[in-house]
Design a protein around this ligand. Sequence first.
Ligand code: NAD
Length: 342
Amino acid sequence: MTRLVDVRNMSRWIADHGPQRCITGMIDYLDADFRRWEQFDKTPRVASHTPFGVIELMPTSDHETYGFKYVNGHPSNPQRGFQTVTAFGVLADVHNGYPTFLAEMTLLTALRTAATSALAARALARPDSQVMAMIGTGSQAEFQALAFRQTLGIDTLRVYDVDPDAIAKLARNLTPLGFSIEAASSAADAARGADIITTCTADKQLATVLHDADVAAGMHVNAIGGDCPGKTELDPAILDRARVFVEYTPQTRIEGEIQHQSDDFPVTELWEVLLGRKEGRTSPADITLFDSVGFAIEDFSALRYVRDQVAGTDYESEIDLVAAPEDPKDLFGMLGAFSPVG
Ligand code: NAD
């Protein structure tokens, strides 16, 4: 039987344990998997683009366990009452290829993206950072805020979204949790005086959400919304001034902010910084930029974390997903119970 965490149980598990605590645990799993980066199979995700958005498959394996995530990105979905991003994921046993664990990953992606952003910021941002600007306050935003409070103690947010209702929603969700939320009149206004800028907008176009003049020396930019060919958020001039860090270079060159740059544009992979093989921030004046697109190993870590946390609890159930006849050669015999018509 395959173990399942469905939407209701994922919501219940996160609520019962607290999203900030779940993110903390997930950061440890991510950190461990980034540090054994070289053991994993890696490939840029497989994307199917349409005028509406993109559907992607994100596979990886550490040769004990195989994992993949199915995820979509449809920026016009909220106007039609749907989520921009939805996902589910699977872990499988490489010894027989059977799927062992299946989980909703819309909520889990928000947790893992926030945890990855925080892992990067812990390595790259100035440790004395106090204020974060958030450009784009949709589905990912609250999770991002909680992750940055957990890792860097940031509880003051300067927020901007083209949709005032999205700002009001963020304030409604985060103020009771002890955050100080200042609504800004523009992205530039939000960025002014911030130590960290998170860009988390959804628009299937080459947008300039953040201009060069908005980014001052010493800032860390956590750019997570530009994650598809033809979908970026930053003024390319920012990249010329910043030290740029990525997850998996071949995928980020296709999907990230660096898609505008030549193939030899210098980037550093985050795992190399975590292992101490490459430098992260070298001075308080550096501009560090995490050009995040989301990579399969992060989903693998997130699935592994939830699988371990819910094992043996009522947050998981079993589903009959794999046809497994008693005689492994008699698949047809399984129809016998239902009197096949031929
Ligand atoms: P969402 O649609 O729920 O929220 C996006 C918000 O951006 C909306 O509130 C929208 O009004 C706002 N927005 C759009 N254009 C803007 C602009 N020019 N200025 C200010 N605000 C603007 O989407 P979401 O689920 O929060 O995801 C946000 C983005 O992050 C998407 O592009 C998604 O693909 C991406 N994402 C990246 C990762 C990653 O790992 N890097 C993971 C998940 C999502």
